[in-house]
Design a binder for this molecule. Sequence first.
Ligand SMILES: [Zn+2]
Length: 138
Amino acid sequence: MVTSQDCLKKYGPPETEKFMTVWDVPTELEYGAIPRKIYCNRDLVVPLSGAFTNVVRRGLVAEIRTWDGCFNIRRKRGATSSSLHSWGIAIDINAAWNGFGKTPTMSPELVKCFTDAGFDWGGTWKKPDGMHFQLARI
Ligand SMILES: [Zn+2]
């Protein structure tokens, strides 16, 4: 799993935002709660585009009920290391129904759209973070 140390090594301190870009989401992926523009890490664009393509092709758009963000410089909940949101390589969706430490309600089919595209899912962690997907490698 990618750690904050890996991110520091590759991208430097989060505050520089040098690794960030504004991704204009292609029209063919603009469905439902999928945002029109996402401020994210350059390395997130291809995998996230792949995940959204999976969601659209597999007919699961309605299952993304809310987009809950990507870039956010912050500590990991209950930890001292930085969350991968600090480097814009993690996203949250359906937060209201997949709270930190709670049993996730995300369907396995929706989760697979992301894991097939190169993401790790927080829903399988010891303390589940069901809303959370992050790049499996950088
Ligand atoms: Zn998250």
